[in-house]
Design a protein around this ligand. Sequence first.
Ligand SMILES: NC(=O)c1ccc[n+]([C@@H]2O[C@H](COP(=O)([O-])OP(=O)(O)OC[C@H]3O[C@@H](n4cnc5c(N)ncnc54)[C@H](OP(=O)(O)O)[C@@H]3O)[C@@H](O)[C@H]2O)c1
Length: 334
Amino acid sequence: MASATNRQILLKSRPSGPPSTANFERVDSAAPEPGEGQMLLRTLYLSLDPYMRGRMNDARSYAKPAELGKPMVGGTISEVVASRNAKFAVGDIVLAYAGWQDYALSDGAGLRKLDAKAAPISTALGVLGMPGMTAYCGLLEIGKPKPGETVVVAAASGAVGSAVGQIARIKGARAVGVAGGVAKCRFVVEELGFDACIDHRAPDFAAQLAAACPKGVDVYFENVGGAVQQAVWPLLNDFARVPVCGVIAQYNATAPSPGPDIATILRKRLLVRGFIVWDFAAREGDFLRDMAAWIREGKLKYREDIVEGLDKAPEAFLGLLEGKNFGKLLVKVA
Ligand SMILES: NC(=O)c1ccc[n+]([C@@H]2O[C@H](COP(=O)([O-])OP(=O)(O)OC[C@H]3O[C@@H](n4cnc5c(N)ncnc54)[C@H](OP(=O)(O)O)[C@@H]3O)[C@@H](O)[C@H]2O)c1
């Protein structure tokens, strides 16, 4: 393997406001040789996720910032191409965290072997991976939708939102999505089976959303913040639950954004709870069992947006922050 070239996309500088391709730099070097107990992983798929915008900042958060001059961090589906580790053989496919590069060394810590016969391997980064588990746990542990209630979720055609609305429907609730543009809204209703989906770019977005939620909103699964949050907030019913999953509309902000009025939380006795998916690590087994069954039974569908080639990763990632992706964004690396 020593002759193979390892393309790496490094974090070159930290953005202030919206990132650009200039924040990244590609460098090529020889793929490393595994030492005793190690193996060499080759990246097949790289996951691109909104949280990566936060890692580009040098700010205190729930995870450490990505390091300047190092490959950008990221989840991968990787193949073991050389092994000096007794637990992994050449040809094994693993869920790893190898980052934006072709090859990485691993000692096996934190890897999960995948069975390519059980499900397409790319799903371990999407509907059967971190984003799917975020939807499952955030909705069921915090949102707790009841039959007949109304659940609203934005970024509804995306990795997390698409699963949130479908799980809400499986639990007997009404699912109202919010998405950017006519094509995404149509997909959310016609393919995913949501009861309605409203385009957040429409000039009368707030009025359309109110009309789609005639009995108010019982669960607002917060994915975006910003203008969508402001339109949903007045529609919340007493005792509504708000799992705060992400605020992608605010990830490029350079100053804190004004949040919802705390008096409303008191007056309506809202439950507003932020979470990071791994808070619910103990539920991973339930998640995999239920989601795999719902996919098999045709109750839960997923869409992937696969970009070809590691070099495309920076541009594709920037597009994710602007809604250019349509489904779970992945890079096919090898
Ligand atoms: N708490 C956790 O542990 C956890 C884990 C995973 C993900 N998340 C969060 O979940 C959210 C969704 O993530 P994902 O992986 O499923 O991404 P995704 O939905 O596949 O892609 C991001 C989508 O966000 C939407 N968006 C971007 N800017 C927006 C804006 N200003 N206003 C409204 N919508 C905007 C775009 O969709 P439209 O074109 O439809 O607007 C874009 O396609 C993100 O906030 C992410 O940070 C949290």
